[in-house]
Design a binder for this molecule. Structure first.
Ligand SMILES: C[S@@+](CC[C@H](N)C(=O)[O-])C[C@H]1O[C@@H](n2cnc3c(N)ncnc32)[C@H](O)[C@@H]1O
Length: 424
């Protein structure tokens, strides 16, 4: 589906103002969101565009709310909260008087922020009430109103959870957050695309399931805001399907017990040893890398891995069984993920190839061959935007004056995909 007329201009505004990306596969969601706002304000799309261009706050707030996805629930992704518990316990043990700031960036209706407060009580006991402040921020003002009300229905306690009577009281068919937690948690609007007023000295930041809806500029802007926000020994966790932010900031990425974590490069918090487990099963969304980055660290720098070798070898690198075994032996083997993606592509397993290639780009944010194969797989899957993005990434990363056949071929393929001149 392609958009036309005022929709195209509105989509460009959504990208610039909110960082939100609406590729063709999500064009219908975009049109639905615009139609909802037009109905609510009794406007045509052209009139809505005019209001947006005039920075009408009502139109802007309603459009932000209609275009965002507010899916969330308490204790979503429990392993993330295990890592937060460990981190908080370590910092608290080092300084029993320390006070903490925990930030839920993109908190939607607030469940994540309240979960942080509950978890702080679990770690610190009653002293959490005075030692911990939790901030929940979001673009969507309507979601923030809900968050501040703190009243939730059963759907917010998914996956067999029961609201704990220590933190919730019954309110008709819903549950109300206790006054003890309310004293610890504040909510306020914050647009991560333009986040000059983001909090500072944050000990734990969660920015989960937010960046996957962003375009490359939005990811970079949010990454910088999160980077600036962290205390020197702070911890950041993104969602399993979020793109890596390692290409945009100097934060040090590591995978601990299957969770991707970011810490400032000279963090004084001693992380536990890295366990070599696979990252979560969801493939990463595409992210842009730039050739002229200020910082040169990526997730791949911190993850033990083999090199991102050229992909034209003629040995048994194409043997799927051998590649399956290599990945089972070492789930962080970037080279094996890249080669298996290529082997699957050769066998017309387009989706498998794309999943593997995206995993490879997550492990090796600046690995040219991973991006090359991701571009080819996305192209084969007819995901043109993703293909072009990875092709541009690969072109930025491939050594420009390397004339070996593998490099020349990769550059030619990526150029064609970036310019969309390649037939499948
Ligand atoms: C899927 S929810 C994630 C909620 C929660 N973090 C979780 O993982 O359960 C995504 C949230 O990101 C918010 N969001 C989208 N664009 C944003 C932006 N530019 N700045 C701040 N929040 C944004 C949306 O409003 C939405 O509430």
């Amino acid at each position: 589906m392609t958009l036309s007329g005022p929709y195209v201009a509105l989509r460009a505004l959504a990208r610039r103002r909110f960082g939100l990306s609406f590729p063709p596969v999500r064009a219908a969601n975009f049109e639905r969101g615009v139609a909802e706002v037009c109905r609510s304000l009794a406007l045509t799309p052209a009139e809505l565009l005019a209001r947006m261009l005039a920075h009408d706050p009502v139109a802007e707030a309603q459009l932000a709310s209609a275009l965002t996805v507010g899916e969330t629930y308490f204790f979503r992704d429990p392993p993330h909260f295990d890592r937060v518990r460990e981190h908080l316990a370590r910092l608290a043990a080092a300084d029993p008087h320390r006070q903490f700031v925990l930030w839920s960036a993109g908190c939607a209706t607030g469940e994540e922020a309240w979960t942080l407060a509950i978890m702080a009580h679990e770690v610190l006991g009653p002293s959490a009430a005075w030692r911990v402040r939790v901030l929940g921020t979001d673009l969507d003002a309507r979601a923030l109103d809900h968050a501040a009300r703190g009243v939730y229905r059963a759907w917010s306690f998914r996956q067999g959870q029961r609201p704990d009577p220590r933190w919730f009281t019954r309110d008709g068919s819903a549950w109300r957050v206790s006054s003890g937690l309310r004293r610890m948690v504040r909510f306020r609007p914050l647009n991560l695309r333009h986040a000059d007023d983001a909090p500072r000295h944050v000990d734990v930041a969660l920015c989960r399931n937010v960046l996957l809806y962003f375009d490359a500029d939005g990811i970079a802007a949010a990454a910088r805001a999160l980077d600036r926000a962290l205390a020197p020994d702070g911890l950041l966790i993104t969602g399993p399907s979020d793109p890596s932010i390692a290409a945009h900031v100097a934060l040090r990425a590591s995978i601990e017990q299957g969770v991707l974590l970011y810490r400032p490069p000279r963090s004084t918090a001693a992380p536990p040893p890295i366990e070599r487990t696979a990252p979560s099963t969801a493939p990463a969304a595409p992210h842009a890398v730039t050739a002229d980055r200020t910082h040169d660290r990526t997730a791949a720098d911190d993850v033990p891995r083999e090199t991102d070798a050229p992909i034209d070898d003629t040995d048994d690198s194409d043997d799927l069984d051998a590649l399956d075994r290599a990945i089972a032996r070492d789930p962080l083997d970037l080279d094996a993920w890249t080669r298996r993606a290529l082997a699957r592509l050769d066998r017309c397993d387009t989706q498998g190839a794309l999943d593997d290639a995206l995993r490879a780009t997550l492990l090796g944010g600046r690995a040219p061959w991973a991006h090359t194969v991701a571009a080819m797989a996305a192209h084969a899957a007819d995901d043109r935007d993703r293909a072009a993005l990875h092709a541009r990434n690969a072109l930025a990363l491939l050594t420009p004056d390397d004339d070996t056949p593998a490099h020349a071929a990769a550059r030619a393929v990526c150029l064609a995909i970036a310019r969309r001149r390649l037939s499948r």
